[in-house]
Design a protein around this ligand. Sequence first.
Ligand code: UD1
Length: 380
Amino acid sequence: MPASLAIAFVVGTRPNFPKVAPMLAALRDHPSVRPILVHTGQHYDAELSAMFFEDLGISQPDWMLGVGSGSHAGQTAKVMVEFERRCLEDRPDAIVVVGDVNSTVACALVGSKLLIPVVHVEAGLRSRDRTMPEEINRLVTDVLSDRLYTHCSEAVDNLEAEGIPRGRICAVGNVMIDSLLRVRSKATVPPSLPAELLPARGFGMVTLHRPALVDQVQRMRPMLDALAEISTDLPLFYPVHPRAMAKMAEFGLISTDNEDDGLVRYAGSQLRLCRPIRYQEFLWLLDNSRLVITDSGGIQEETTALGVPCLTVRENTERAVTIDQGTNELIGLDPDDLKAAVRRVLSSAMPTHERIPPQWDGHAGARIIADLLPWLESRA
Ligand code: UD1
């Protein structure tokens, strides 16, 4: 192994951080490798970024690209320009990108044009819905990647069906679950959680932030009304992404005037909205919820690992494995379907932990490093 082997690990948004942490941890056993942690700055609010670094024990980024928000093209282009500039100054031997956000595809494009090997972690997921920007990012990133790490058998099938050679694909398991299992024991109660919600399983959790829902008042208002109705049977706690919070305020759905200790109660109901919360508090909530209502990608997996029922408010999912082998149910965007699904969950027993996909066992990061280093060496 060349002494100077340098590997860039790219993060941009909140869901990326728990995915790189296990690989960085595994590299501590390989002092000859120099990890370069690259933060594109796609997410910049402390609750979406800095606090996650702290909770995951990740050191400060080596390269801060500071791109911030923008249109999809503007944001992707800014990441590309800044990342290319840094790669030309201090050329890494490989670039590892994770997930499916704009930063992922931007850095994969830069790497492939500079002829630096591109490695994609969480490859092969497909919703088959090209109206989702993440689906475009997945397709492009996978086609450009030289090594593709997958976390479920369906992802391998998807890649092979698209003509990606089997030899480039390596099944390793789920890095995000590595982080979840490690930080779970340190999970802490969010200080903003009202005392009456403290008993485990006495509340449900909501995370809804996708533009398909939150950008349209005619969709968001009935959804919040449905959640308020559900909250009479099961109080709900909803940490809100800043863009979703801004949309709700713009549509006049919430007013921060009735904010109480950082919490906004929706229409006087038991649906409580708060600002995003840090990773270890988020895990406590997930772990102790009676059910989770979400449109996120990663949360479908985290609830499966924790054995907590998950209702996904989307028309499709790239994570069918969590339905086939986990606790997830795809509900669609109709609030009446959500209310019916919640009633079903509340009238049934908690699922057992038996159905967890193979290799979601806390060792995916170590498997990646064990494969990646010899693979890079074989190319040298
Ligand atoms: C991104 C990912 C999405 C992921 C989500 C998780 C893409 C295409 N989407 O969506 O897959 O589920 O992160 O959180 O990359 N904003 C802030 N503070 C921040 C960051 C963003 O207020 O720290 C606001 C800004 O108004 C910004 C908007 O959120 O314009 C969108 O941010 P962006 O990072 O482009 O996408 P997300 O919606 O967060």
